[in-house]
Unconditional design. Structure first.
Length: 319
């Protein structure tokens, strides 16, 4: 770079594989790159149908690979230290937060749950995450043993040629379908200006509905056998803690509707071994505060003597 006559025109573009399916291109500035040159490349890529992102400083890994390999480092560490196996790591990611990453980035998610809750989680988790500066010794061992992944048949997992081909094919099909879905969402968002807010509310209602409905599942006759609490009372008490105020209130929007439905369904009580039991559901507002959630849960357990307690949108249940 120092020998170029027009340093202000030099920059980098980092594409992602497969480039015909992955829209991102990182436009990487150097210390000499002019804004005009960077914006010119940015516009060219956008006109070509790509999704450019400006990297203001030339750092190793740019943006995407720094994020990706921060995750990989922790994933490898979990396996290396015997916390779980490689299949469990992949399953957790594919079956949880990985599903929403295409429409909800990590910082969007942090704003969704609240920066205060994010800080609380970080204060209780980050100190224990993998932070070594170099590669994992376990990864180095795999490479030294020739366990190079799909191309050698073994890596973190074992791969037959058939299974490897199936995975690669499924990735291609998934990316094609995802591209179509995201284009449809983008079109709808442009027309309404509110698609993301509506989707978040719908997802919140579904999640809250599942959690509140779980109280009804827990209140089945199988749990009523011979405990001291039930011997003293003919009422099954269920405590439910969720945020109805504060930054996480969106997660509790459907609570009243669902809980009233459960109350109506069990208005006549339930039967167990020929005995009738009333069902009482007591709700408490956590105020979007984990400390407050603990306080009201303790009140329900110790003061109201509930038999079952269900909590939602606390640091342990909001990700």
């Amino acid at each position: 770079m120092t020998h170029l006559n027009r340093q202000h025109r030099a920059l980098g573009t980092h594409w992602w594989n497969p480039p015909h399916m992955i829209p991102l291109v990182e436009v990487v500035k150097t210390q000499w790159t002019s804004d005009a040159s960077a914006q010119g490349m940015f516009g060219l890529l956008a006109d070509a149908g790509k999704t450019p992102v400006m990297v203001e400083k030339d750092v190793p890994g740019f943006i995407g690979n720094r994020l990706q390999h921060a995750l990989w480092r922790e994933a490898i560490s979990l396996v290396e230290h015997g916390i779980c196996d490689a299949e469990a790591v992949d399953t957790v990611i594919k079956s949880s937060f990985g599903r929403r990453l295409a429409v909800l980035g990590p910082l969007e998610n942090a704003d969704l749950v609240g920066t205060d809750l994010t800080l609380d989680i970080h204060e209780n988790v980050l100190f224990d995450l993998e932070n070594r500066k170099g590669p994992s010794p376990y990864l180095q061992k795999l490479v030294a043993e020739g366990r190079l992944g799909m191309k050698s048949g073994q890596g973190f997992r074992n791969w037959s040629a058939e299974v490897a081909d199936m995975v690669l094919s499924s990735v291609g099909r998934h990316l094609q379908k995802l591209d179509s879905i995201l284009k449809d969402l983008s079109t709808t968002a442009h027309e309404t200006g509110r698609i993301r807010e509506d989707d978040m509310k719908r997802n919140s209602q579904t999640r809250r509905g599942f959690l509140t409905a779980s109280a009804a599942v827990l209140a089945t006759p199988a749990i009523l056998r011979g405990t001291r609490a039930y011997a003293q009372s003919k009422t099954l008490k269920i405590g439910y803690v969720s945020p109805t105020t504060g930054p996480l209130a969106g997660f509790g929007e459907a609570d009243d509707y669902v809980i009233e439905g459960i109350r109506a369904a069990y208005a006549g009580g339930i039967e167990n071994n020929g005995s009738s039991w009333n069902v009482e559901i007591m709700t408490r507002d956590s105020q979007s505060n984990p400390n407050r959630a603990a306080e009201v849960a303790a009140e329900l357990i110790l003061g109201e003597e509930v038999d079952i307690i269900v909590a939602a949108a606390t640091p342990d249940t909001t990700n």
